[in-house]
Design a protein. Structure first.
Length: 119
């Protein structure tokens, strides 16, 4: 399986510290899977560009982690990826704090599988 771990840009500045969750998950992924990393703060992409990258690289699973200030962009990117037929899982501080939002239990659509508390 080819997996993409994606961290959206923070929408404020390009000055950032790398998010270690991506490197940790890449390291502990079982052999036989390839894990690609994209941090939007280092490599900015819009929805179309990210979906194109995913298709060009044969990615079959995308993991998105986001802090609250990145949540709106994370959801937009996830919607675009899912519309392209790719499975998306979400985690990170925002989803861990408000899992009902991503699961649609707050009245919105249920769109995502979660990895709550894991990354």
């Amino acid at each position: 399986m080819k997996i993409l771990l994606y961290n959206p840009d923070n929408g404020v500045t390009r000055n950032f510290m790398p998010h270690l969750w991506m490197f940790l998950l890449q390291t502990i992924t079982p052999p036989g899977h390839e894990v690609l990393l994209v941090d939007g703060n280092a490599q900015a992409m819009n929805e179309r560009q990210l979906v194109q990258f995913i298709k060009e690289n044969g990615v079959t699973l995308v993991g998105i982690g986001a802090m609250t200030r990145m949540a709106a962009k994370a959801y937009r990117m996830a919607d675009a990826i899912r519309a392209a037929g790719i499975t998306v899982v979400m985690g990170g501080p925002h989803v861990t704090e408000v899992p009902d939002e991503a699961l649609g239990r707050d009245g919105g659509p249920r769109r995502y599988r979660l990895s709550v508390g894991c990354w």
